[in-house]
Design a protein around this ligand. Structure first.
Ligand SMILES: [Zn+2]
Length: 306
């Protein structure tokens, strides 16, 4: 289907949960997928806590996540990276983008953008209102990154060829929000580059963010990693399992059953008797049998409960 990774190439993967609540089945899919893919390539798997959005960070959630991952038997390379400790590095990247004239201040409120922007597949398209500068009486709110109409394309290892014309489909996008928080798109790009991540395996709900991230990589002269976007678990109403949809937290007391269920979700076809195996036996089987060609080439799969 798609070009596989040359086995002699270095592989660094990562898992980057947001500590807005406990891990649930949806998070486990991304963790297991990225972990097994790293193992299959004799690669490293790093752990990063995406805690830049402090208002969304729940006290104790980081400790909970680390405990859950340990309970499931995940082993990561190197120290855990915390976005909240890297704010100066993101500011540096903003300065670089600013010096290269890729950024501008935007005074628009969310409401103004909804009113003026045409509705796009990914939300209202920013119409470039503030591109030519602000009036003296306007207060700068967010910082936006300039886009253009060149298509930004990737060959996702599972979802195939995917392109966006950022200017027409998204518009100039925010890299620092009105509340001064660095936008997810920029922080992710800087972290992945600093951690020398070569391969990103994550949920397909982030596929439409990828061209923005690649645009930033290109502007900053950073390499584009390879991407594999896994299907996401949704409920009967096609809502992603999340804290918002009351997904049940992972229970490390039943980690074998939940890992088994994840392998079934990822169509890895684990033998039925492994549901009674030990955690280590199941991991060993999964590491030996990981097959990206078996992965369901879908965007979402309905699961019975969160
Ligand atoms: Zn604006």
């Amino acid at each position: 289907m798609h070009e596989e990774i040359n086995p002699t190439q270095r592989y660094i993967g990562r898992f980057a949960p947001t500590p807005s609540g406990p891990l649930h089945f949806g998070s486990l899919i991304a963790a297991v997928g990225s972990y097994l893919d790293a193992h299959a390539h004799q690669g490293e798997w790093q752990l990063r806590i995406d805690d830049i959005d402090q208002p969304r960070t729940v006290p104790g959630a980081t400790e909970n996540i680390l405990k859950a991952l340990e309970g499931f038997g995940f082993e990561w390379s190197g120290p855990v990276v915390y976005q909240s400790q890297r704010l100066g590095i993101y500011e540096q990247a903003l300065k670089t983008l600013e010096a290269r004239a890729h950024l501008y201040a935007c005074a628009c409120t969310r409401r103004e953008i909804t009113e003026r922007g045409s509705p796009g597949e990914y939300g209202p398209i920013y119409p470039g209102t503030c591109r030519s500068g602000l009036q003296p009486d306007q207060r700068p709110r967010a910082l936006r990154c300039l886009t253009n109409s060149d298509p930004v394309c990737l060959d996702d290892r599972l979802q195939g060829h995917y392109c966006q014309q950022l200017e027409n489909e998204i518009g100039d996008f925010v890299v620092r929000r009105a509340d001064n928080i660095i936008a997810y798109q920029l922080a992710t790009v800087i972290d992945d580059a600093d951690q020398q991540v070569t391969d990103i395996v994550r949920g397909v709900d982030l596929l439409d963010s990828t061209p923005r991230q690649m645009h930033l990589q290109n502007l900053l002269g950073l390499p584009n990693p390879r991407y594999l976007h896994l299907p996401i678990a949704v409920n009967d109403e096609h809502e992603k399992l999340s804290k918002k949809t009351h997904a049940r937290p992972l229970d490390t007391h039943h980690c074998v059953q939940q890992l088994f269920r994840t392998l079934v979700f990822l169509n890895q076809n684990p033998p039925a008797e492994l549901v009674k195996a030990t955690r280590e036996e199941l991991w060993n089987w999964a590491k030996q049998h990981w097959s990206t060609s078996r992965l369901p080439r879908k965007k979402e799969i309905i699961v019975s409960e969160g």
